[in-house]
Write a protein that binds this ligand. Sequence first.
Ligand code: CA
Length: 221
Amino acid sequence: MSNRTISMTDGLYQYLLQVSLREPPILQRLRAETAKHPKHSMQISPEQGQFMRLLVRMLGASRCLEVGVFTGYSSLSVALALPDDGHIIACDVSEEFTAVARRYWHEAGVERRITLHLAPALETLDTLLKRGEQGRYDFAFIDADKGNYLNYYERIIRLLRPGGVIAVDNVLWDGAVIDKKDKSKDTVAIREFNAALHKDQRIELSMVPIGDGLTLARKRS
Ligand code: CA
């Protein structure tokens, strides 16, 4: 028994999957295809996808944002949890990775729920702000270049409605956040991001040790 978060051994992780994972076949296939990709570690874990589906349902989210699509596992997860009229604005710069995503969105019959913007996400988010979309989104997922995390966050917090939630991936960065010798740009950016959110009184905050660490920030009402 312990009053701290349990250490996840391989055996315990397998047990967690065995007794809780409900991964739809289409997500299983996308995961299997992405596993062959040299950058496959950029894909979120299946239990994290399931957690995000539950979160979207709990929020009653219908308008969503995603920064960093890769091969589409997270966007497909969220899209499957949305109501029929739900929608995701998905931002990425890679035609190659998102071609895989598009194929699976189509196959799952959710492509009409997802609009892909192949452009730097800051540009897309700025366009939404210019269009007057402040306060109109329920849920956002940030999983892209770490150096821009704070820039994405600052825009998205304006786009969210009060009570809306931002989920941010890789906040524990494979443990590198506590390695004092690690002064690489991405690691420093994630440390700064985590420190900034800890102080940010505009949000309610929880850092959830699922996957590579997932921060949830709820915009205060
Ligand atoms: Ca990630």
